[in-house]
Design a protein around this ligand. Structure first.
Ligand code: NAD
Length: 289
């Protein structure tokens, strides 16, 4: 158990990420008290029942009162609205962060609502599962996973350093990055793969009349491994594509070009082209642990 990094942490939105942050914070003793707020009464009830957070609050005001760190862990599309609603209750000197999967848009939406004297240090833990909601979290989620912080240049370095210590206390490896670069990198490594996984399942479902339920019944390693992420939360992923439009369209365009090239190679029986492509990608994939 490390020394507490913050006296009070407020978690706003009690889904997979926030609930994992609570268990990780408690395990490592990173805060004296963690408060939680979720918009739905049902989520708050569940949180109370399973002991998620030291206190579950019925209002944003109670949750963020006196908090040294406020974590926005809601879908990207509502970050701005939640920031606006909680702004009047933030303690001077507090830090606000977020865990959203898209960074440029969150910075644009949240920054105007941050009061003078409050620090905003946007972040994104590169860790998740296909599960969502208050019961899906676990304390080891962030262990040895990257957490990217994207603070604007004017941000107080002490606030950034403290947030870094907090994430490191939860087991994460922390790095700073430019928000636009973040959004492009994540479009390649996470956002577009999710879109492709959704289409794989969609196509299997469209073919249901032809294959009956065989696709599901016999789902082999390829389909099973590749489509696990298609079970992810629809609201979260809708917001990712609406808010990272340019980067995901750019990557989707490249993806489409490669697929067309492979399609042509298959149609024309160009085994050399297929073999060369798969040889190159195997080497790259083997380099990823
Ligand atoms: P989740 O669906 O498990 O939880 C989201 C929570 O936010 C729910 O409790 C929901 O009720 C609540 N919520 C929604 N609208 C709200 C509002 N207006 N006010 C208050 N609460 C509201 O989602 P999650 O996976 O924990 O994702 C939260 C954030 O973390 C998202 O921004 C997502 O992009 C990001 N993220 C997700 C993953 C992942 O793999 N799931 C990974 C990294 C970052």
């Amino acid at each position: 158990t490390d020394a507490p990094v913050y006296d009070k942490v407020a978690l706003i939105g009690l889904g997979l990420i926030a609930s994992s942050m609570f268990w990780a914070t408690r395990r490592a003793g990173l805060a004296r008290v963690v408060s939680g707020y979720a918009r739905s009464g049902e989520t708050r009830e569940t949180a109370r029942r399973i002991g998620l957070c030291h206190e579950v609050c019925d209002t944003l005001e109670e949750a963020v009162a006196d908090a040294d760190l406020v974590v926005l862990a809601v879908p990207v599309g509502v970050m701005g609205a939640v920031a606006m609603a909680m702004a009047p209750y933030l303690k001077p000197g507090a830090t606000v962060t977020d865990v959203g999967s898209v960074k440029r848009r969150v910075i644009e939406d949240v920054t105007p609502h941050i009061p003078e004297g409050v620090h905003f240090v946007p972040g994104h833990p590169l860790a998740g599962t296909e599960h969502s909601g208050p019961e899906s979290g676990f304390s080891a989620l962030f262990e040895n996973r990257w957490c990217l912080l994207v603070p604007p240049e004017s941000t107080d370095p002490a606030a950034v350093a403290r947030l870094r210590r907090y994430w490191e206390g939860m087991g994460a490896l922390v790095e700073e990055m430019d928000p636009d670069h973040h959004d492009l990198v994540l479009a390649v490594t996470s956002h577009t793969p999710h879109l492709i996984a959704y289409t794989m399942v969609g196509v299997a479902d469209d073919l249901r009349r032809v294959t009956d339920s065989e696709v599901i019944k016999y789902s082999a390693a390829g389909f099973r491994d590749f489509t696990r992420i298609a079970a992810s939360d629809p609201t979260m992923w809708r917001d990712v594509f609406l808010t990272n439009k340019d980067a995901t369209l750019e990557i989707l365009g490249r993806f489409t070009e490669e697929l067309f090239a492979l399609q042509r190679a298959i149609r024309t029986g160009d085994g050399d082209a297929l073999h060369a492509y798969f040889t190159r990608t195997r080497a790259i994939r083997r380099g990823i642990i």
